[in-house]
Ligand binder design. Structure first.
Ligand code: MN
Length: 240
């Protein structure tokens, strides 16, 4: 049976001359492979036409972690605690995301991916959770393989159906989060401090976004996290 192709927009791995390079982290690709999909990297080259070719090939989209989204993309000036931004990556991912939302092509979004999805849908972000007083809980750890806080999940959500639970512990490696929710999205997971940790589409199309990093947890901590990738691949099968 033909396997679904999962398009993964690339980041700029190295910007300096003489060899600027584009790619993405292997853990995301490996999770797609383990879930029965075939990852295809959408290169960060300055060519909208090329992005379109890859987009059309893809049966589903995986948005990954990384830099902060440029606040100018949601009409704000940069806060002093803003992290690194990457304008070319914003352009590539916003284009791919808005096309996928319009076409109802399945999307799984992780960490920055959730934030990018929200901005692509007209939403805004806290540029720094602590500096802007949005929470007193620690969200910015560097512990990829530690469960640092728990999430309450909406019972009726896709996420709860996929995970077969409404309460689960996650890792947390973010300093930004959703402020105003974008159009067509609904909140399906929060931390006890109120920080939004998971959102989905208000429609029946597969759009699931999480603020944590399941791509490393399924191998080291909790095998249930692979189900998120399996759900994306299953949804993508609808486009074969
Ligand atoms: Mn968190």
């Amino acid at each position: 049976m033909k396997k679904p192709l999962i398009g993964i927009p690339c980041r700029i791995l190295k910007a300096e001359k003489p060899y600027p390079s584009t790619g993405n982290t292997i853990a995301y690709l490996q999770a797609v492979v383990a879930a029965g999909g075939v990852p295809i990297l959408i290169p960060n080259v300055d060519s909208k036409e090329t992005w379109g070719h890859f987009y059309q090939m893809a049966d589903g989209i995986l948005l990954t972690g990384g830099e902060d989204v440029d606040p100018l993309r949601y009409g704000e000036q940069p806060h002093q605690s803003l992290g690194t931004v990457c304008s070319s990556r914003d352009s590539l991912e916003i284009e791919i995301t808005q096309r996928a939302l319009k076409d109802e092509k399945p999307i799984l979004a992780i960490c920055r991916g959730l934030q990018l999805l929200n901005v692509s849908s007209g939403g805004t972000l806290f540029q720094d959770i602590n500096a802007q007083g949005a929470s007193s809980i620690q969200h910015q750890t560097e512990q990829w393989h530690s469960l640092v806080h728990t999430i309450e999940i909406e019972k009726s959500s896709k996420l709860a159906t996929i995970l077969e639970t409404t309460n689960i512990a996650t890792n947390s490696l973010h300093h930004q989060s959703i402020k105003d929710l974008g159009e067509g999205l609904k909140i399906v997971g929060r931390n006890s401090d109120g920080i939004i940790e998971a959102v989905e589409s208000t429609g029946s199309n597969f759009v699931v976004a999480v603020q944590w990093h399941p791509e490393v947890l399924w191998q080291s901590i909790d095998a249930r996290w692979l189900k998120l990738f399996s759900a994306l691949v299953s949804a993508a099968r609808g486009y074969l």
